[in-house]
Write a protein that binds this ligand. Structure first.
Ligand code: C5P
Length: 247
């Protein structure tokens, strides 16, 4: 198991309408949060400049671009994203797309995460995707593609984390969105898990948006999630004083 400082395990999704709102939240959260996700909403509202700014301020950045295009375009986009110096990038876990992203990142330290099946999807969406595989089979097949192509990890729900860990051992980072503590509305997430469940099942990182963004006290929401994460980590997975060098 990789040594990840406790604070780094929580990635806060900056799913807010403007860069100004994101800056405001980041300054409210201060040192409690070290890792931020910039997704599609903010990427079209100054999110790339914000990514550079937060990197300069010492934060880690997950650019959730969910790339999926022809190989040449994915290679070029990944190369440019690698130059931004962000830490994590998502790519749909279609084998040729993963391969293209690996080619595009070259020797940079950018970590590539394959999106297996969106956590907002359920079994009924598999037919819509046009696949004969079950949701679990799709997740595992796509994780295998991520391993085979040399990617660093996958995005998967807490429900699949245990099976993924069994499949991949330590060859993949498991990054889990769709996190909701007990009693918090699941919204559009069909495969939600609590922070404790996801970590206990083998997730390395949790991505949390609305539970923190909608809280009247986002700092307290962060603290509560970190306590849950800490309580679910086996002792050897709580190297609070060690740091993982993502560069
Ligand atoms: O608000 P909530 O905690 O549900 O936010 C989850 C975040 O994780 C969103 O930014 C969403 O885009 C992202 N995500 C997801 N499922 C995936 C990949 C990313 O929910 N499979």
């Amino acid at each position: 198991m990789v040594a990840i400082p406790l604070n780094d395990r929580l990635i806060v999704a900056l799913d807010v309408p403007t860069a100004a709102a994101a800056r405001d939240l980041v300054s409210r959260l201060g040192t409690a949060v070290s890792f931020y996700k910039i997704g599609l909403q903010l990427q079209y509202a100054g999110g790339i400049d914000l990514a550079r700014e937060l990197k300069d301020a010492g934060k880690k950045i997950f650019l959730d671009a969910k790339l999926f295009d022809i190989d040449q375009t994915v290679i070029g986009a990944t190369a440019n994203i690698a130059r931004l110096g962000v830490d994590f990038l998502t790519v749909h876990a279609h084998r040729p797309t993963l391969r293209a992203a690996v080619a595009g990142r070259g020797k940079s330290g950018l970590r590539l995460l394959g999106v297996t099946v969106l956590t907002s999807m359920g079994p009924a969406d598999m037919a819509e995707l046009g696949t004969r595989f079950s949701l679990e089979e799709m997740v595992l097949r796509r994780a295998q593609a991520a391993i085979d192509t040399g990617c660093d990890g996958v995005i998967a729900s807490g429900s699949e984390a245990r099976q993924l860990r069994a499949l991949a051992g330590n060859r993949l980072l498991i990054v889990t969105p769709g996190i909701r503590s007990e009693g918090v509305a699941a919204d559009d997430q069909q495969r939600a898990a609590t922070p404790r469940e996801a970590i206990a099942a083998g997730a390395d990182y949790l991505v949390v948006g609305r539970q923190i963004l909608r809280s009247p006290d986002p700092g307290a929401a962060v603290e509560a999630i970190l306590r849950e994460v800490e309580s679910a980590l086996p002792r050897e997975r709580t190297p609070r004083l060690q740091t993982l060098n993502l560069d």
